[in-house]
Structures are given as C-alpha cells and as structure tokens.
Design a protein around this ligand. Sequence first.
Ligand code: BEZ
Ligand code: FE
Length: 278
Amino acid sequence: MHPEISPFAFPAGLRGEGKDIDPRLREVMACLVKHLHASAKEINLTQGEWEYGIYFLTRTGQICSGERQEFLLLSDTLGLSMLVNAINNHRPPGATENTVFGPFHVAGAPVRQMGDIISLDDNGESCFYEGTVLDLDGNPVEGARIDVWSDNADGFYEVQQPDIQPKWNNHGIFVTGVVGRYNFIGIKPVSYPIPGDGPVGYMLGHLGRHAYRPAHMHYLVTAPGFQKLVTLIFVGDDAYLESDTVFGVKKTLVAPFERLVDGPTLWHSTFDFVLAPL
Ligand code: BEZ
Ligand code: FE
C-alpha cells in the first residue's frame, strides 16, 4: 500500500537541496507544525511530558509488525481514521455509508455458494443473513462480490488465532446473481475489545475509556462500474453502540437482528447494500 520508505526515493527537496519541494508536502507539513506548536503552547507542554510522548510513540512503533499495526489503532482510537474517511467519502444520498475497514481482513477468502455456512468452529449463535445489492435506482446489481468476515463467539478474528480457529472461519466471499440477492449463515457476532496489550490499550486505560467495539459484520462489496464499499453492519441491541472505541458506528448501519423461534438458525438479519456509481 505504501511506497517503500528509502532515502533514495526521497525527492530532491528532502535531501536538503531546497528545490522541487512537492507543494502538497509543503502545505501538509506547514499545517502540521503550526498546529503541533500551537497545542504545545496552549497546554504548556513540560519537558517530561514531551519525553513521555516520544517514549509513547517509540513504543507504538516497536510493537508494530507484519501482523500488528499499532499506529493504525492509535489513529482509530483518536477518531482520526473516521475523520479522514468522512473527508474522502462523499457518497450520494441513498448509497450505503462506509466506515472503518479494521486490521483483521485477510485477502483471498474462498468464494462460497449462496446459503453456505461461514462459521466453521461450531461456536456461537447461528444467524441467517440475507439481502440484495442494489444501485441507486433500486435495480439489482449482478456480479457483486461480497467479502464478509466477523469475529467468533469469543470475540477473535481467525487471523488473530491461526492455531485455534479453522482457516477462513467466519469469512467468505459471495457473488450475486441476476436478482442481486445474497444469503449465508454465520454467527451473531459479539462485541470485542481491540488489542489492549500495547501503548494504545495503555492510553485508553489511563483515559478511563473502554476498548470495545460493538458487535458487527465486516463487508467489502465490489462490482464493476461501482465504487468499492467498505462497511460494517452493527447488531442493533449492542451495549457499545453509543461508545464504539474507534467511533465507527453510523445509524444507517445498525441492522435488526430478529430472534427466531423454532427456526433453522437462532437469528435472522436482513440488510440491503446500495452501491454508488463510479
Ligand atoms: C475492526 O472492526 O475489526 C477494528 C477496527 C478498528 C480497530 C480495530 C479493529
Ligand atoms: Fe471488527
């Protein structure tokens, strides 16, 4: 996703020649420095606090790895990810809203048949999911690719527990047919804390904030001619809906989960995705 950071890749201006400085880089850095200095002055930042800030950022970098992105968690829990998301996604009225992607998606999940079960660990409360992928005029979208993933009943994604959960547990891809319908069986997801054993968890604890995300299903919906949709469907009765630790809840993404009596699954949930054109 990001270009390799290498001194050889830096534009000439960054090597100190002072020429050809990217105007956007100049603008971004000038604004950042202005606000950084203003906040230090406003709060009378002490030497010790500055040192602690440097230590905190150092620890944040040190805990990052191929599987863990603590800076992303920091951005998420400071509300910056959702702000950038809002600035960059002006979806037309009627289109399904987008929200955070999260760090637990793994590309390459199996394409499954409609109606298949994505929950492979015999754990959790089963739920039948269904709906239609539509365009803004209400026409069904054929060939939409619905990549769906959720945590398991213990609140962990498969990628977090590769030695415990079956491969691709609670994850699958479904492709819509002519009528744009999808359906599959998963579990009713549960609320879970974001990883709390690093600097971000420490920060939340010191601020008296909990680390929980309300229960949700992740969706990545793509179709030729339409904008990519990265979204979440939240479980309507979740206790953390008003206090999501990454600020990702939008009212239009809260779905009804109906408890079935004598049904083939314990729960049923319907949600239609409305795609915006490119
Ligand atoms: C998630 O929903 O998977 C997620 C989003 C942001 C931070 C951590 C987890
Ligand atoms: Fe999630």
